[in-house]
Design a protein around this ligand. Structure first.
Ligand code: G6P
Length: 364
């Protein structure tokens, strides 16, 4: 069947807008009313290490997942990009599992990494959008993300669906490993069910983000900052922006600012801070103030409490709905995507087919 833009100007816009629906579909597939049905076959209790390998946006999904598996399940995690992993000769534990994340399931480096790991670990898992793909076929178990066909080269809905499946896996691991009580697990699942609604709210901020984007389009360099599980989101926000608007963008862990990137700060460099009002908020705000003290233009993305507390003196603020802490990376992906999208539109670039990039990189 031919995939159409269904009234949207670009596939990317359509795919961004679809996220609340596809995420709800994924949730329905993985979580029956009585618990974690589709993940029942996985028992994380004897796993001593989880190695997550992917490329591009899928790698950033793994990076977020590391925070989840460690904090929710106490499961030691390694993450790597596939092109490094495959040649690094990493020693792997025979009680460990390896997990490969790929939208297409055909990325050459990720497939090679899977083949490297296959005989060295207890189980090879994959999280894919294409269940018939090579990566899915060569895994012991392939978990579909159910995002539907993604046409835009810059990954959007596949990213949030990857995060959704990885979050549900981390919660299952938390139960299996005795880190989460049944009650805590149920609370997280109930929180998860709020996400489609919160994502709709985030999508409704598009007109405001469009205005921000018109100003961002003037920038030559943009920094994205985040701490904890928002750090990988800063990396993904920067990747999205550079992929489609061709503006030079870097993502940094907030705490690393003073070890280099602060040298770049002046009144022409917008710094986008991804900071829900969580237990790390104060730390991130103090990094943000270091930027403002050097006349950096801060765009703070936070919830109402965070914007009220720290918005004064920022160049711009964007108020997102309050989201349960664990799932903030899934929600904050949306404003990051919309910002990249509208900035690219303002610059007049080819959003769905950015120069030099391919949807799926099947050669090394
Ligand atoms: C390409 C795409 C990216 C994607 C990456 C990994 O670079 O442009 O959007 O994240 O490949 O692709 P995969 O299909 O393995 O997720």
């Amino acid at each position: 069947t031919r995939i159409e833009k269904a009234g949207y100007k670009h596939f990317m816009a359509k795919e961004i807008a679809e996220q609340p629906v596809v995420l709800a579909d994924a949730l329905k597939h993985y979580v029956a009313d009585d618990g974690n049905s589709a993940l029942q076959a996985l028992d994380f209790s004897g796993v001593d290490r989880l190695t997550l390998v992917a490329c591009g946006t899928a790698h950033y999904a793994c990076h977020v997942a590391k925070y989840w598996f460690e904090s929710l399940a106490g499961l030691p995690c390694d993450i790597d990009i596939a092109s490094e992993f495959r040649y690094r000769e990493p020693p792997l534990s025979d009680k460990g599992w390896a997990l490969f994340v790929s939208q297409s399931g055909e990325t050459a480096d990720t497939l090679a990494a899977l083949r490297y790991a296959r005989d060295k670990v207890a189980k090879v898992l994959s999280v894919v959008n294409v269940p018939t793909s090579s990566i899915a076929r060569e895994s012991d178990l392939a978990l579909p993300i159910l995002a539907g066909v993604e046409v835009g080269v810059a990954s959007t809905k596949a990213f949030t669906c990857q995060l959704a499946v990885l979050a549900l896996m981390a919660l299952k691991a938390g139960r299996d490993r005795g880190r989460l009580t049944a009650e805590e697990h149920a609370t997280h699942i109930a929180d998860f069910r709020l996400l489609p609604g919160l994502m709709n709210h985030a999508l409704s901020l598009a007109p405001e983000i469009e205005k921000l984007a018109e100003q961002l389009a003037e920038a030559q360099d943009v920094l994205f900052l985040g701490r904890g599980q928002m750090y990988p989101l800063a990396l993904e926000g920067a990747l999205k922006l550079k992929e489609i608007s061709y503006i030079h963008a870097e993502g940094y862990a907030s705490g690393e600012l003073k070890h280099g990137p602060i040298a770049l700060i002046d009144s022409r460099v917008p710094v986008i801070v991804l900071a829900p009002r969580d237990h790390l908020f104060e730390k991130t705000v103090s990094n943000m103030q270091e930027v403002m003290a050097r006349h950096g233009k801060v765009l703070l993305m936070s919830d109402a409490a965070g914007v009220t507390e720290a918005g004064a003196g920022c160049w711009r603020t964007l108020t997102l709905p309050k989201v349960p802490d664990v799932f903030a990376p899934i929600l904050y992906a949306i404003p990051a995507q919309l910002l990249a999208y509208h900035t690219a539109i303002a610059k007049g670039t080819d959003v769905d087919q950015p120069r030099n990039l391919a949807k799926s990189v099947t050669v090394e």
